[in-house]
Design a protein. Structure first.
Length: 625
């Protein structure tokens, strides 16, 4: 079924002339959308290179590259090997070329063709000679806790951003000690470290968060994004006394030790710091909002619920990104939005379920172990979907389903037959629906399943061409459901975890542990098994990062090697006939990559439907610094 073309990013419209004039006046690159009288308000995105990759197979090399949001709609490409063109006609239907019989070490560039004129060479292709590319990393030295237990380090979650402004994405990698804890577990942990790492393995900096930041999935949600529009990404995270930045400077008191005998940190100052992405230097540190206050006011007295943190990045003004930092979801929730401009923080707004405006209206106790960011109401500005509730771009409450806390949520165009975006979510309250789908604009529940205890996993995405739109399934419910809630296949996938666009069609695949599978109603088909790698976060079994970070619109997956000496990147070896702008320039998807590391990691979703029978993918309205 061919769905009517509907651009999901329905931003506030300005005339193309007005938009371009405003951008030029601000010293920015204006992008016009061909064939339309109006263009949506442009959003700031990264100025990326082509991200060319060459993935070797037994049959030759798959060369793929980015169709940038700043490219014309009708751009085409030529592919060169060592300066000799290898394609017979310009590539128009995809941003891939399969070079039959070529050796693994073949050197490729691509050249865009704009209005008949061939442009200069792109960057040279990154070679995936054995199906993967290794980025060397080096673990911090292990240590011993005050009670005498020793620990070492494992590579954990990662994010990406152009830290030095060269057009290539770099990694920010979190190192967790082997004694990292869930908030519900007492005990000392080692320090958390973050590294800035280039694709060639050059380490730009290392930040040591220090003894006063506990290690675990709920403590350090780090955001990597170009917040001030200078062409280089910044890195933001919660810090404390004794945090050491990438230049060796100490934040607060170097000697302070606020850990109690159970290993919890329930006293002492809490900070928010913005770090320079190129040097790791702490540029400004402010008090974390909200302060912990009375520990028991967050739901318990021993330190579990007070230290549940979430973070994200959102285009709250419709054009430029803001930082979102939050605390709490079992009882009180506070979300603070920050702008980073001119080298300093400005707090844009604070949402508090305990405020006189929100108290008693069903917004408390609605948070998940992660959040999502999307323009759910179509006004051009992003909202924060915080589990069973949403907060508007201006910090006001938008809606609540009152269905409570859960472990997984997905926001995207899950039902392309109806306007707008949808949210699919699972719950663990035995008196509330086990799973449900809602209109992301209003919170109206479209369908739900009966209460069924703690439903700990849930996924929504178009994994099967046999039913229109996204399929939704969860660990506590039988079968897979269509966007109307009807069970359309009795067999659930083997995975209730991550998703990946991996093969050549627009139907999404299953990513779980260290492998990728294609769903089938009788059995799943293994497409990739990572070699000598490990997944992260215990039973969550998530990669360090999964998303469209190189090549065409399909998604790479990044796992640490088993010995934690490299980040091993896999890129698809499958050709495709589908052409979609790099998902890095769809800001709902790009901000999802930024929040992917938050607490219980979840896969990214774009602002429009990608799947069987999809309409022509929309072009984004974006500008680069």
């Amino acid at each position: 079924m061919q769905h009517p073309h509907r651009h999901r990013r329905r931003r506030a419209l300005l005339s193309a002339v007005t938009t371009a004039a405003a951008l030029v006046a601000a010293g920015l690159t204006a992008v016009t959308t061909t064939g339309t009288a109006e263009a949506a308000t442009a959003r700031q995105v990264e100025k990326l290179d082509r991200g060319v990759v060459s993935v070797h197979t037994d049959s030759g090399n798959l060369v793929s590259w980015r169709w940038l949001g700043t490219d014309p709609d009708n751009v085409s490409f030529n592919v060169y090997r060592a300066g000799t063109k290898v394609n017979s006609a310009p590539v128009t239907g995809s941003t891939t070329f399969f070079h039959v019989g070529a050796p693994a070490q073949a050197d490729y560039t691509v050249r865009a063709i704009v209005n008949g004129a061939e442009q200069p060479d792109s960057v040279h292709a990154i070679q995936f000679r054995t199906g993967y590319k290794d980025v060397p990393i080096s673990p911090p030295a292990g240590g011993t806790t005050p009670d005498g237990a020793s620990y070492t380090y494992e590579a954990n979650d990662a994010s990406v951003g152009d830290l030095d402004g060269d057009g290539q994405l770099d990694f920010v990698l979190k190192w967790q000690p082997t004694n990292a804890k869930d908030n519900s577990q007492s005990g000392y942990t080692g320090d958390t470290y973050l590294d800035g790492v280039k694709l060639d393995g050059t380490r730009l900096w290392r930040i040591d968060l220090g003894r006063n930041i506990r290690s675990g999935a709920h403590y350090t949600q780090f955001q990597v994004y170009d917040y001030d529009g200078d062409g280089k990404a910044e890195v933001a995270m919660k810090t404390a006394d004794g945090t050491v930045d990438g230049t060796g400077a100490v934040i607060g008191s170097a000697s302070a030790d606020h850990r109690n005998s159970s290993g919890y940190i329930l006293s002492g100052p809490e900070y928010l710091t913005m770090f320079n992405g190129q040097t790791g230097k702490a540029m400004q540190t402010v008090d974390y909002v909200p302060a912990r206050g009375t520990v028991s006011s967050w739901g318990d007295s021993y330190g579990n619920r007070v230290d549940r943190f979430l973070a994200g990045t959102a285009y709250l003004d419709g054009s430029r990104p803001s930082l979102v930092m939050a605390r709490g979801y079992y009882t009180r929730t506070v979300i603070a939005a920050w702008d980073w401009r001119g080298g300093s923080f400005t707090r844009r707004w604070t949402f508090d379920t305990n405020s006189s405006t929100n108290s008693g209206k069903g917004y408390d106790s609605q948070g998940n172990h992660q959040l999502s960011v999307a323009d759910v109401d179509g006004d051009g500005r992003d909202e924060i979907v915080y589990g069973s509730m949403a907060v508007d771009d201006n910090g006001n409450a938008l809606w609540t389903t009152k269905n409570g806390h859960g472990d997984a949520l997905h926001v995207g165009d899950l039902d392309p037959s109806r306007p707008g975006l949808e949210e699919f979510k699972v719950d663990e309250d035995s008196s509330k629906p086990s799973s449900w789908m809602a209109d992301a604009k209003t919170g109206q529940v479209l369908w739900s399943t009966a209460p069924n205890g703690d439903n700990g996993r849930g996924v929504s995405g178009d994994i099967w061409a046999g039913s229109a739109g996204a399929e939704s399934w969860s660990s506590a419910e039988s079968g897979i459901r269509d966007p109307k809630g009807t069970v359309v296949a009795s067999r659930k996938p083997s995975s209730t975890n991550f998703l990946s666009w991996w093969d050549g069609d627009p139907v999404r695949e299953l990513l779980d542990g260290t492998h990728i599978d294609k769903y089938g109603t009788s059995s799943d088909t293994r497409l990739l098994t990572g070699a000598s790698v490990h997944s992260n976060n215990g039973t969550k079994a998530t990669p360090s990062l999964s998303g469209d970070i190189l090549g065409d619109w399909r998604e790479e997956v990044v796992w640490p090697t088993s010995d934690n000496t490299a980040l091993r990147i896999y890129s698809t070896p499958y050709d495709t006939t589908t052409r979609i702008t790099t998902l890095l320039h769809d800001t709902q998807y790009r901000t999802a990559l930024a929040w992917q590391n938050t607490a219980y990691n979840q896969p990214p979703h774009p602002s429009f439907f990608i799947g069987d029978g999809m309409a022509t993918a929309p072009r984004p309205a974006v500008y680069t610094p």
